[in-house]
Write a protein that binds this ligand. Sequence first.
Ligand SMILES: [Zn+2]
Ligand SMILES: [Zn+2]
Length: 335
Amino acid sequence: MATEIRQDKVSKNWIIYAPSRTQRPSSFRQEGPEAEGLPDHEPSCPFCKGNEDQLPDILMELQNPNITEWQTRVVPNKFPALTQEGDTRRHLEGIYLTMPGHGVHEVIIETPRHNRQPSRMSLEEVGAIVETYHRRYIDLLYRHQSMMALIFRNHGPKAGTSLIHPHSQLVVTSVVPHDVRWREQKEQRYFDDWGRCVVCEVVEHELQIHERVIFENESFVAFVPFAAAVPFESWIVPKRHEADFGDISDPEKEDFAAALRDMLRRLREKLNDPSYNYLINTAARHKASEPHLHWYLQIQPRLTTSAGFEMGSGMRINPSLPEEDAAYLNSDDAA
Ligand SMILES: [Zn+2]
Ligand SMILES: [Zn+2]
């Protein structure tokens, strides 16, 4: 069977497509949903309500107007990857460059309920998560020495989750990570060559051909990208050109929450609650109003394992075709 290599138009990465004859999209369905049978409240869980004494601190809360309690809560990560100690000065250790692990690492607790995953939440509940992302992002990014704020979510055992209680994380770095800079440079190059934002062009094209689109509302579109790196990867992209997630408007937040909720619900229903990671790809702080950058949320389910070839080349081998994944996510049957 002939294979194909496609280029991701934004990152310029090449992805190999090697679908096997036996592998159909439905074969990626998982054995059993992880959250099944979990209690609403778990006495030993630090993120459950009533267990505040197990938290290092509470940095922010969004209240639920319908019930007189918190809806989302932001706390410091108990085992932070980066801390606010030290500064951003680099120094040499022999011939090697090093610096203090300066930054911020927070956890966004998405609900007081231990077993309430976003794929089962109401639009208001997912809206509260998006609102919390935005407030923390704005607050932290504009602090001195912040270079980049990364918001991400790990779901399920294969995605590196250590706590089941629904949560996301926010890491603020004092360096611009290599992959972020790489993507920015590729997008800038595209703008210099063609005079337009590459992501705007991708969005326009995907809406026009409508082959991989999964969900659309007034301000967002969700689709499986042409060169998806893993089976069922999807992007949720603002239709309006917007470099920085921090610039999202209130009506856009609502549309973003609707798109996110829809995509997570489809993954749960069609693939039986797979592990996944998502992150918000957005401009580094000093690039926030550039005409060539365009933020989007990227979801990658953990259905395959990368191995030596990927490690040595940076090229992924995807056993599933994006068009077939999109058709499966759009199909009416559950299996
Ligand atoms: Zn809990
Ligand atoms: Zn754009």
